[in-house]
Design a protein around this ligand. Sequence first.
Ligand code: ZN
Length: 143
Amino acid sequence: MIKKIEHLGIAVNSIEESLPMFETLFSSECYKEEIVESEGVRTAFIRVGESKIELLEATNEDSAIAKFLSKSRGGFHHVAFEVEDIDSELERLAKEGFQLIHKTPKNGADNKRIAFLHPKSTAGLLVELCQEKSETSETSEVK
Ligand code: ZN
């Protein structure tokens, strides 16, 4: 089940240059910056009411964000929905015929398990599903 819009992903050429403007725009300060090596992105998160904005900057030329920025002026990149159970949601969407970029969830920024759907099957919209990693499940994995 989808619970809410968790965040909107915004592609920028430089977090350093654009973050102060977004902080002023939303009157809210960045609460976390994080690099996700596997995706080639640096991220910065800003709370906006009940939702969040994720700024995305490419850390290398092969990054999906670098490719996106080479074809556009940047700006809106993806919408992330928080789901209760990402594994069962991916299974449901695969059965419904959606193309999944990630067939199984991977580790994303901001303590989340994430997976993207292919925009080919979502009318061009890049959709991310995410689920907060629970401390209890991480603890049980350690044991
Ligand atoms: Zn995201």
